[in-house]
Design a protein around this ligand. Structure first.
Ligand SMILES: Nc1ncnc2c1ncn2[C@@H]1O[C@H](COP(=O)(O)OP(=O)(O)OP(=O)(O)O)[C@@H](O)[C@H]1O
Length: 315
């Protein structure tokens, strides 16, 4: 099995990008006009921001895209000075065979505010010859003067049905048999992240197995949805010790991390409300407790203790 499938199956053209239809339609207009403003792509990981940027660059700069394109990781450990020097060197040269040059900066939300102000000055300096595409997970972490200089595109998590369709296509290309329930299981764990979905698919396939529920569980170090459901049901029905034992089994035997566990409990509880199996006022109380637990775990508190404390709130 050669190379990562996320690269092998990265769409090369805008039309092949899954979901994100409105964004692609807007971007295709820029291609038609052969010009574009500075752009900001925001949204969760693995939903196509980098892929879209690369496809757009190739479409708009044509055959000369390589000569006129610079890709930088803004949170690069080498710091803003290197980033600025790279931008300066690149922008000083005239565009070759294209009307302008494009700089793609990934993870801009990891830059300090000072670095963002420096970036803004670079953006102002080269407005005539270069356009920027900035990518970030949270636009709220970007200073206003940069936001106001960009057309903002908000990428959404990829819908389950679109992920399933893409995974089927890859299975067929690679010659792997799959069961629908196996693909649905991948969707559950991927949480709208296409990169994660394809990586789980490849990991499962590399075990030499067909893609089914159990082969997917074997490669994902997360709890099974049924086990989470049992934990929540036990806790809600007053069996705290039972819920605690199941929690321990899942974390110790399956290696589920605290962050994943709290996210899966959240998914389970949310599904119960949507399915009408939990009253809204109970949900409202629980969601506050889940949010507290999530925050504490992310801040470094002991996950087992926090999760057990969370289960007591279900009683
Ligand atoms: N919308 C999509 N359509 C098809 N494939 C996708 C899509 N989004 C992501 N992928 C797959 O996932 C891989 C990673 O996507 P990409 O690098 O574009 O994510 P990203 O949104 O830029 O994430 P990050 O915020 O982590 O940089 C791609 O190489 C591709 O295989």
């Amino acid at each position: 099995m050669s190379g990562p499938w996320v690269e092998k199956y990265r769409p090369q053209e805008l039309k092949d990008i899954v979901g994100q239809k409105q964004i692609i339609n807007r971007l295709e207009k820029y291609v038609g006009e052969e010009s574009m403003p500075n752009l900001m792509f925001t949204g969760p990981a693995g939903v196509g921001k980098t892929t879209t940027a690369l496809a757009l660059v190739k479409a708009i700069l044509g055959d000369y895209w390589r000569q006129n394109f610079l890709e930088l990781n803004a949170s690069d450990a080498r710091g803003i000075e290197t980033v600025r020097n790279n931008i300066k060197q690149f922008c000083r040269l005239k565009p070759v065979g294209a009307p302008f040059r494009i700089i793609f900066l990934d993870e801009v939300d990891n830059m300090t505010k000072d670095a963002q102000h420096a970036l803004r000055r670079e953006m102002e300096m080269y407005t005539k010859t270069a356009s920027f595409i900035l990518s970030c997970n949270y636009s709220s972490k970007i200073i206003d003067p940069i936001q106001s200089r960009c057309a903002i595109f908000r990428f959404a998590p990829i819908k389950g049905e679109d992920i399933v369709e893409r995974l089927k296509y890859i299975c067929e290309e690679e010659g792997f048999a799959y069961e629908e329930s196996g693909l649905e299981t991948i969707v559950y764990y991927a949480e709208g992240d296409m990169r994660k979905a394809i990586n789980i698919l490849q990991a499962t396939a590399s075990e030499g197995e067909d893609i089914n529920e159990s082969s997917v569980y074997d490669v994902v170090s997360k709890a099974k949805p049924q086990d989470i459901s049992k934990i929540v049901t036990s806790a809600l029905t007053g069996d705290f010790m039972g819920a605690r034992d199941l929690l321990r089994d899942s974390m110790v035997l399956q290696g589920t991390s605290g962050e994943d566990m709290v996210a899966q409990i959240y998914q389970d509880v949310s599904r119960r409300v949507v399915d009408g199996k939990m009253e809204a006022d109970i949900y409202i109380d629980l969601i506050e407790a889940i949010a507290d637990c999530d925050f504490r775990i992310r801040e470094g508190a002991n996950p087992r203790i926090q999760l057990e404390a969370l289960l007591t709130k279900f009683l």
